[in-house]
Design a protein around this ligand. Structure first.
Ligand SMILES: C[S@@+](CC[C@H](N)C(=O)[O-])C[C@H]1O[C@@H](n2cnc3c(N)ncnc32)[C@H](O)[C@@H]1O
Length: 278
């Protein structure tokens, strides 16, 4: 299944503005506990750098990375495709439309830093977990990390204010938010309701340092806002976007900056879960 949504991603911008995302994964990878021979589906695999790491541990197994970004999938294929590691373009809000994805053959379904995008639409939210459940073998497990309730709350508040100042209604500014950051309570209940046994569901406040800013504006806080907040910016006409971005940076300046060294930290709150198909 191809995707019609605009592709905001590029491996180059991702590595400048958010190279920490696939690296800060020690805990979720320990929960995944990859075994040789595992068949693993990676939902929202991005540029594939984490997927290929998983595939190396799965050795004789198979890992399939699915992502809705053509740019990321092209990069992943070019750099990391191998006998046991493959990548396909697919919108994971409809996992059941990918051939054999929900055939009950997978040992593990994995996702890092992607489900808060994939679950954005309330209409397809619960289906994603139903499909993940159908994808797994009995005894198989779903393991993921994503933004949880309160994640980058300062960014959300700053974008909402700047969009209202740019002329949007409060409702339209709120609607521009591209993510869903659920609570532990919502997540545990939803996973149980679709038939999982929830082994872990936890929230961690993990302030995360912005990457260094590049002269071309690609890294740092501003690069992060351009990449991750693209949908907020697209809520206004092109002529207003730089002004919105500037105002967001100004609102955030003292909120995210550590006075002792000037470094900028975003208030990442991560939700991790391990859920088993009985
Ligand atoms: C922050 S990146 C994380 C990528 C990778 N998992 C990692 O850890 O580096 C979020 C990813 O979610 C993907 N994504 C967002 N919505 C999606 C959807 N509906 N279906 C599939 N992938 C989606 C994006 O294309 C992007 O690659």
């Amino acid at each position: 299944m191809t995707t019609s949504a605009k592709d905001h991603w590029s491996a180059e911008k991702y590595s400048s503005a958010a190279d920490f995302v696939p690296k800060l994964t020690t805990t979720v990878l320990s929960y995944l506990d990859v075994q040789p021979g595992d068949h693993i589906l990676d939902i929202g695999c991005g540029d594939g750098q984490l997927t290929v790491q998983i595939a190396a541990s799965a050795s004789s197994g198979q890992v399939l990375g699915l992502d809705a970004s053509q740019s990321f999938i092209s990069t992943a294929r070019e750099k990391y495709s191998s006998r046991n590691c493959n990548f396909e373009l697919h919108d994971c809000t409809h996992l059941d439309q990918y051939p054999n994805a929900v055939d009950g053959s997978w040992d593990k379904v994995f996702s890092n830093a992607a489900l808060h995008w994939i679950l954005r639409n309330p209409g397809t939210r619960v289906h994603v977990f139903r499909d993940a459940h159908r994808a797994l073998k009995p005894g198989g497990k779903l393991v993921f990390e994503m933004g949880g309730k309160g994640n980058v709350a300062e960014v959300q508040a700053a974008f909402t204010a700047a969009l209202v100042h740019a002329g949007l209604s409060l409702e339209a500014a709120r609607e521009a938010k591209p993510w869903f950051f659920p609570s532990v309570e919502w997540m545990s209940r939803t996973l149980s309701e679709v038939g999982f046994e929830v082994e872990k569901c936890e929230l961690e406040y993990r302030p995360t340092k912005c990457s260094p800013e590049n002269t071309d504006g690609s890294g740092g806080l501003v690069g992060w806002l351009r990449l991750m907040g693209a949908q907020f910016l697209e809520a206004v006409g092109e002529d207003k976007r730089e002004a919105v971005l500037k105002e967001v940076c100004e609102i955030l300046e003292t909120v995210v900056t550590r006075e002792e060294d000037g470094s900028k930290w975003l208030g990442y709150t991560r939700l991790r879960a391990v859920a088993r198909k009985q």
